[in-house]
Write a protein that binds this ligand. Structure first.
Ligand SMILES: C[C@@](CO)(OP(=O)(O)O)[C@H](O)COP(=O)(O)OP(=O)(O)OC[C@H]1O[C@@H](n2ccc(N)nc2=O)[C@H](O)[C@@H]1O
Ligand SMILES: Nc1ncnc2c1ncn2[C@@H]1O[C@H](COP(=O)(O)OP(=O)(O)O)[C@@H](O)[C@H]1O
Length: 282
């Protein structure tokens, strides 16, 4: 039987780099939230050990695709040789800071659980962050404080009700590049997500929106001024707040009504490459 799993994208409501580890990875402090924009991942078990992949946009070669890497990792980890047919319908822009590859990886894990009727344990899910740092969070969905390189997840019980507009200015930015060029940013005094956590505890969402933060913003704004322009456009057209997500280049904006978000979308659609209305996803 074939399973169809929605692979939800994420935004970083808060993102700070804590320190560089000796293996080159960076420890982060982030508040991550899944949003309604998603890929569709279809997965079916085969009778042989082959792994077949079909992806509508031919942007990622099979061997580099996270979906295939996950199946291989799973087979190695549990000493299996299972084969699967996987099909990905891609909607999440690639290299946008929306976690599209990790979302597909997490959906494959959920598919494996459904097909084989088991649940992965925490140790396995943590270990998968080696393949895609955002996979442990996207496997769980919702709102969480994320630490380590992405494997430490504290789920948070708060729910946003506003509407989102998410824009992608057609600049593919690699997370590796952003982290590599982040060292000079770290001379600044580090921020801490505990300010936002305090706002959340009081259910004071205005306070959260006033404290959105992304350590990579300045780096990306300097190199790609159109990303800064997109954020300014969102604010100009009625957003309560806006911030870049992850390593960019997408920017999300928060609107307190669907009507306001739709009006902004109408005004901005012709100026920007990709713009979508979204909701917080739990
Ligand atoms: C920046 C963030 C914030 O949520 O999101 P994106 O912009 O990618 O969506 C993530 O930390 C990105 O996660 P992800 O995109 O899954 O990273 P990976 O593919 O695992 O790693 C790509 C490369 O980025 C660097 N990397 C990644 C994660 C991390 N905590 N420290 C790092 O230094 C490493 O050089 C790694 O080889
Ligand atoms: N299924 C996939 N979908 C998108 N990108 C993938 C996938 N598998 C591997 N990749 C690789 O992951 C890189 C990062 O893509 P993505 O996760 O969309 O961006 P980001 O890390 O900025 O959120 C891409 O440039 C691509 O080479």
């Amino acid at each position: 039987m074939s399973e169809c799993i929605n692979a939800y994208a994420k935004i970083n409501i808060f993102f700070e780099i804590k320190r560089k580890r000796s293996d080159g990875y960076h420890e982060i402090d982030s508040l991550m939230q899944t949003v309604s924009i998603h890929d569709k991942v279809y997965i079916k078990k085969r009778n042989d050990s082959r792994i077949k992949l079909e992806m509508d946009k031919n942007i990622v070669p099979k061997e580099k695709n996270i979906a295939v890497k996950i199946i291989k990792y799973y087979n190695d980890y549990f000493s299996l040789s299972e084969g699967y047919d996987i099909k990905i319908e891609k909607n999440i822009p690639v290299g946008a800071g929306l976690g599209g590859s990790s979302a597909d990886g997490a959906a494959v894990l959920r598919g494996l659980e459904k097909i084989n009727n088991f649940s992965f344990n925490d140790k396995f899910i943590k270990s998968v962050s080696e393949l895609g740092a955002d996979i442990p969070f996207l496997y769980r969905k919702g709102l969480a404080r994320v630490g380590g390189i992405g494997e430490k997840i504290d789920m948070l019980p708060y729910k946003f009700k506003d509407y989102l507009l998410i824009g992608y200015p057609n600049k593919l930015i690699s997370s590796r590049w952003a982290y590599k060029n982040s060292n000079f940013l770290l001379t600044d005094k580090r921020k801490d997500s505990s300010i936002l956590l305090r706002c959340l505890k009081r259910r004071d969402f205005e306070c959260v929106y006033q404290n959105l933060f992304n350590r990579f913003e300045q780096l990306v704004f300097d190199k790609y001024p159109q990303v800064k322009q997109l954020k300014e456009d969102f604010i100009k057209y009625g957003a309560s707040a806006a911030s870049m997500s992850g390593s960019g280049s997408s920017v999300f904006a928060v609107y307190d009504s669907r009507t306001k978000a739709l009006e902004a979308m109408k005004e901005l659609q012709s100026s920007w490459y990709w713009l979508e209305l979204a909701e917080f996803e739990y």
